[in-house]
Write a protein that binds this ligand. Structure first.
Ligand SMILES: [Fe+2]
Ligand SMILES: [Fe+2]
Length: 475
């Protein structure tokens, strides 16, 4: 059951034809999805032939096939990793019991909430990125944007399948609501804060795919451990697609840095004004973008202490990142974890029951993982012989959620007064001037092999094609 049936209206490897009621319900949702894509999908992309990869099986080797696809004709479908024979729940109070193939009544509300929250982020990011095609720095980048967008669309399908298949009428209603909320809408916004922020330029897009898609990776990894087997199998396949999104972000930021360093060396200056006049993004501006996207993204993990997180874990519906590789009892009732709090104007660590701190555990795993790419960015700067180093800000910096939301903390981790914050905010976070400058660089460059002045070409093309390959035929 690993190969995908493309002869049906909805490509799938879940034998959709064997469940007529479900098939009909999803076939009714499909035109609404396509209408949403038409309204909120990438602007001005209709009719382009785009060199995209499409899943042909869920086999880890060779699941992807590359070829030209007309943008709205992408074959979105339902792909689950194969079932693991005799899989058992491996954490929480149900440890050792067989994994659930259907939703246990007592966990129904929580599971639905988790699936809806994950599902909501997928169309949200497409909405956030819908204007970027108009200012793509190259044909190669435009193709990558479209690849990310169609896969986020498919991730929505993945969650909608679970809602339709396992949650009856309220699942179907939730599936409709996923097409009705809009990123940034005052009346009907997306569920999570970072998914209502704008992604106005390509530096934001690269930071978003580096940091915020990585939040996606960690959430999906935690759900891939779930005792609810269909959720685990769905999210495992989603993770194979997510890796490319983070690659787009990491390599995108890296190429921006590389280009900036080239011009720094050509002009023999690190003066932001001179670099901006030369049409590249100075490193301090990149740092401020990084500070913004990092801090907004780590809020997505939720409050540092959360009884919901404890319930999700103990009931077996959401595990930890790499749960199976951890050498503890996987029940965690007698473990503790350190979280930060402010005492007398200083940040101090305090021990709390680990079960309540599982959001913080996942956030810390994310932070460790995101630091890796930042050091690879620093290698680019170092190789260019420049002394500047990018840094991940302190995790208490610019927080809006959890115990740290009430304090002002500098990127270096010092608690500051409201007045100090105001005075420094525009040095710490991308400010209006930065955004206006970056916006001024955005202009569409889409001839094969050409790149905007502010970004270096990639080392290699997609699917081993040359960098100047015709990734998009505009027709
Ligand atoms: Fe996604
Ligand atoms: Fe993604």
């Amino acid at each position: 059951m690993s190969s995908i049936n493309y002869s049906e209206k909805i490509p799938n490897n879940v034998d959709l034809a064997g469940d007529r009621t479900l098939q009909r319900a999803l076939e009714q949702w499909q035109p609404n999805f396509l209408a949403w894509w038409g309204d909120m999908g990438p602007e001005g992309s209709q009719g382009f032939d785009v060199y995209l990869r499409t899943a042909t099986s869920v086999d880890p080797k060779g699941w992807a096939q590359f070829g030209y696809v007309k943008m709205p004709d992408y074959r979105w479908g339902i792909f689950l990793n194969p079932a693991e024979e005799g899989r058992r729940i491996h954490f929480g109070d149900h440890l050792g019991e067989p994994a659930w193939q259907s939703v246990p009544g007592e966990h129904r509300a929580n599971l639905r909430r988790i699936i809806v929250t994950q599902g909501d982020t997928e169309p949200a990011s497409v909405e956030q990125q819908r204007h970027l095609g108009l200012t793509a720095p190259s044909m190669y980048d435009l193709r990558n944007l479209f690849q990310v967008n169609v896969e986020e669309g498919r991730h929505l399908w993945a969650m909608v399948y679970l809602l339709h298949r396992h949650f009856g009428r309220d699942g179907r209603e939730e599936a409709e609501a996923l097409l009705e909320r809009r990123s940034g809408d005052a009346d009907n916004p997306r569920i999570l804060g970072a998914f209502n922020e704008r992604t106005p330029d390509w530096l934001s897009f690269f930071m978003f795919t580096y940091f915020t898609d990585r939040d996606g990776k960690f959430q999906l990894c935690a759900l891939a451990e779930s005792g609810f087997d269909p959720l685990a199998r769905t999210t495992r396949f989603m993770l194979t697609e997510e890796a490319h999104h983070m690659f787009v972000g990491e390599s995108g930021v890296s190429r921006v840095i590389q280009r900036t360093c080239e011009v720094m060396n050509e002009l023999g200056t690190d003066d932001p004004a001179r670099l901006r006049a030369a049409g590249v993004i100075d490193l301090p501006t990149i740092q401020r973008y990084l500070n913004f996207h990092f801090s907004v993204t780590i809020d997505l993990f939720g409050a540092d202490q959360s009884s919901n997180a404890a319930i999700f874990y103990s009931t077996g519906i959401k595990g930890r990142f790499e749960e199976g590789k951890r050498a503890d009892d996987h029940v965690l009732k007698s473990d503790s974890y350190r979280v930060l709090e402010v005492v007398d104007g200083a940040l101090v660590e305090k021990e709390v029951p680990m079960l309540n701190a599982l959001n913080e555990v996942l956030r810390d795993d994310f932070i460790k993982d995101s630091i890796g790419g930042v050091s690879r960015w620093n290698k680019v700067i170092e190789k260019a012989g420049q002394p500047f180093r990018l840094q991940v800000p302190h995790k208490a910096f610019n927080r809006r959620i959890g115990g740290l939301s009430g304090v002002r903390v500098s990127p270096a981790g010092e608690v500051v007064s409201e007045a100090q914050w105001r005075e420094n905010e525009s040095r710490w976070l991308a400010n209006e001037d930065d955004r206006a400058f970056v916006a001024s660089l955005m202009g569409r460059v889409v001839e094969p092999g050409r790149f905007a002045n502010w970004i270096a070409p990639p080392m290699i093309g997609i699917n081993r094609q040359p960098v100047d390959f015709e990734y998009i035929r505009f027709n």
